[in-house]
Design a protein around this ligand. Structure first.
Ligand SMILES: NC(=O)C1=CN([C@@H]2O[C@H](COP(=O)(O)OP(=O)(O)OC[C@H]3O[C@@H](n4cnc5c(N)ncnc54)[C@H](OP(=O)(O)O)[C@@H]3O)[C@@H](O)[C@H]2O)C=CC1
Ligand SMILES: O=C(O)[C@H](O)CS(=O)(=O)O
Length: 488
């Protein structure tokens, strides 16, 4: 049990049709605190059996929810948003306890997540069709936009709240219903958000949350033709698998997948700004975000200054329990993530890279979680795993370059295309490089790009579709063309 100001927010059951329930098998899955490895609680280990009930509940709820007016849906989403802000501290504490990130980042995530609900409560009232100039006098052409129907979401552990609202808010705003399967390692944030949705007056069955074994749950969600849309955030291999399963009945999908972001510092960059941007884009959430910088390309003329300043900042980062106010970096989500990062360092050093700081397991305040001192690798090349695989941890691999065209070719040499970053003070270079980078998002002179107002998403194997912005709601709408014959 977690001690919260509002104990009603700690839910350890799934939510189907407004009823908090256990798995039919009564089996449960334990959830631990990644910083302390202590038991937090457990959740129902559901399978396809309960998933079928959740889908039926969502289908029935859709027939009611789609008849709510845009203003009625908007008002309920706004109430949900208000309740989240009232419970900000509890929601942030839940994130830190189940995911490990520092409280300051967890509070930021709650506000970021809530901003999607606020934004789509407004967008709900701006779902518009169009009239089209008819080619003949005997007909009039127009379109209307309607909700897709029953939707499903499967979300990752690294943003236990924001990845949920980034999907549920536009779905409900469009008039759809949503069945969510949150990450098993971080379920409590999702369950607390669902409780607040109920308290806001969102009808039972509109937002269902099921927990348990991802394979049978996802198999039902992707093969059941009642589920017309699947939205997934997570690794590219799982995203690909889900798309393949949904293809059996032409299920629509949105995919927010893996990344391999380049971070390029040109010779004319503001080095202090570039170092600040490198710290936030690399070490936010202990490097466990899909938009974290994964490869650093530093122009030879500013290399020594950049390395010296970056190392000083990295060595000043405070590693520890996210509940401590002074902590700037928390633990890995689990031992496997730690082991994978150690393997990245071993591979790079064995191929000639030099580890100039960090990379060791540490035990801040005697904590048994898997913490690593943030690492910088220099003399990295593209034969090393760190330059071509998504690191998802606090390792900064550094390479040098001297030519703009050369560094763009290297930056684009990946199957991923999510986020990218570069620093320059040249307007002409800003346009050349922005247009040449093969990514869905480009940060120019900044290392923090995500905001509700802008379209978040990638190309190539980083995904399909966009979340947030004026585009996000389109993922949950169908365009219907009406052709009206008018006899003279
Ligand atoms: N583009 C983006 O916005 C984001 C991308 N990511 C990417 O996700 C990865 C890290 O997150 P992580 O949670 O480990 O990713 P995973 O893909 O392993 O898990 C994501 C979700 O998929 C579920 N899942 C796991 N295996 C299956 C399966 N066989 N069938 C159906 N669902 C399954 C998980 O359930 P369970 O937890 O029960 O195993 C979890 O809910 C990184 O590659 C990162 O880049 C992460 C966040 C954002
Ligand atoms: O899951 C993620 O990595 C997030 O999408 C990154 S962000 O939106 O918080 O930047």
């Amino acid at each position: 049990m977690v001690s919260l100001l509002n104990p009603a927010l700690f839910k350890d059951q799934a939510l189907i049709n407004g009823i908090w329930c256990d798995a039919q098998s009564q089996l449960r899955t334990k959830v631990i605190n990644p910083a302390t490895l202590e038991f937090i609680g457990s959740i129902p280990n559901m399978t396809d059996v309960e998933t079928k009930f959740a889908i039926e509940s969502s289908k029935n709820a859709f027939s009611v929810w789609k008849k709510y007016t845009a203003k009625e849906r908007s008002t309920l989403l706004k109430k949900w948003y208000d309740l989240i802000l009232i419970n900000l501290n509890d929601l942030a504490k839940l994130i830190t306890i189940e995911q490990g990130k520092p409280l300051v980042e967890a509070r930021g995530e709650v506000l970021y997540g809530a901003s999607f609900i606020e934004w789509f409560s407004e967008q709900a009232r701006r779902i518009e069709g169009e009239t089209i100039a008819s080619p003949s006098n005997d007909r009039r052409l127009l379109t209307i936009r309607q909700p897709i129907g029953v939707c499903a979401a499967i979300t990752p552990w690294n943003f236990p709240a924001a990845m949920i609202t980034r999907k549920v808010a536009p779905a409900l705003a469009a008039g759809c219903t949503m069945i969510l399967k949150p990450a098993s390692q971080t379920p409590f944030s999702a369950l607390a958000l669902a409780e607040l949705a109920l308290q806001a007056g969102i009808p039972p069955g509109v937002f269902n949350v099921i927990t348990g074994d991802p394979s049978p749950i996802a198999h039902e969600l992707t093969h059941n033709s009642t589920v017309r849309k699947l939205t997934f955030t997570g690794s590219t291999p799982i995203g690909s698998l889900l798309m393949a399963h949904g293809a059996s009945h032409i299920q629509k999908s949105s995919m927010e997948l893996g990344g391999n972001a380049p971070f390029i510092v040109f010779e004319d960059a503001d080095i202090d700004a570039a170092v600040e941007g490198a710290i936030i884009s690399k070490f936010r959430n202990n490097g466990q975000t899909c938009v974290c910088s994964n490869r650093f390309y530093i122009h030879t003329l500013v290399y020594d200054e950049f390395i010296q300043k970056l190392k000083a900042k990295v060595e000043a980062l405070k590693i520890g329990n996210g509940l401590n106010d002074c902590t700037s970096i928390g633990p890995f989500i689990d031992e496997n993530a730690f082991i994978k990062n150690k393997e990245f360092i071993t591979d790079a050093v064995s191929k000639g890279a030099e580890l100039i700081c960090g990379g060791e397991r540490i035990y801040p305040d005697g904590l048994n979680g898997f913490f690593m001192s943030p690492a910088i690798l220099i003399n990295v090349d593209n034969t090393m795993r760190v330059s071509c695989e998504e690191i998802f941890g606090p390792i900064a691999p550094i390479m040098q370059f001297s030519d703009e065209k050369e560094v763009i070719l290297k930056a684009n040499d990946t199957e991923f295309g999510l986020a990218s970053y570069f620093y320059t003070q040249s307007l002409a270079r800003t346009w050349r490089v922005s247009e040449a980078l093969e990514y869905g998002m480009v940060g120019i002179n900044t290392g923090l790009i995500s905001t509700t107002e802008a379209p978040f998403g990638g190309i190539k194997q980083s995904g399909l579709g966009r979340e947030g912005s004026k585009h996000g709601i389109d993922e949950y709408l169908e365009i219907k063309y009406l052709c009206m014959g008018i006899s003279s």
